[in-house]
Design a protein. Sequence first.
Length: 236
Amino acid sequence: MRPLINELFFACCVLLFLSFFSYAQNDEYKSDRVAMVKLQIENRGIHDKSTLDAMIKVPRHKFVPSNLKSRAYEDGPLPIGYGQTISQPYIVAYMTEAIDPKPDYKVLEIGTGSGYQAAVLAEIVKEVYTIEIIPELYKQAKERLKKLGYKNVFCKNADGYYGWKEHAPYDAIIVTAAAEYIPPPLIEQLKDGGKMIIPVGSPYLNQNLVLVEKKNGEITTTSLLPVLFVPFKRAD
Ligand code: SAH
């Protein structure tokens, strides 16, 4: 009887060790993430608590190609393949705060890319609808978001110029590719009282993040920040 108890004890120790090890592994980048939020985001003036909490929660290293994992918390964009990028963390936080996200919001994102911005939004709002034009990126992001347990993100492979009419109107819209002008269907699908943030300008030059507000049917636009985004593509 005695050896069996010893064996059981040993097995329990191994299990405990393994579960502790996998917990530590899971949270391997937590301190990098906390530092990213403090130094790159809070210190530059982002104060919305829900945005800061979401950026601390979402594991950015799971949204970049595996060879770039160790660079996931750097202060800049990173390539995600197909000529596209995951935006700089500060810009993701800036755009999230700019739409003033609330728990009961339904948000439309154009340009799913890695799915990172969608995940940050999904931590705060009720539903996120996100559209990606490149089929491979759409598939990867959809899988990734499912694996990470995001049940309130809905993905679509299409040209986001036309928005996603079935679920309109949206409390807020985030566009993460630079358009030469604001697509009229997106303005139409924005709820009255809602906000849209969109980089507007020429491909690779002179772009500004523009805040679009709809009040009593009237549209106002405010230029907020010079930026550099990948171009808004159009389906052939
Ligand atoms: N939000 C992304 C960043 C994506 S970069 C992230 O968090 O990772 C911009 C993305 O917009 C690219 O993946 C690009 O393919 C996509 N895109 C460009 N034009 C588009 C369009 N008309 N409709 C939908 N997606 C578009």
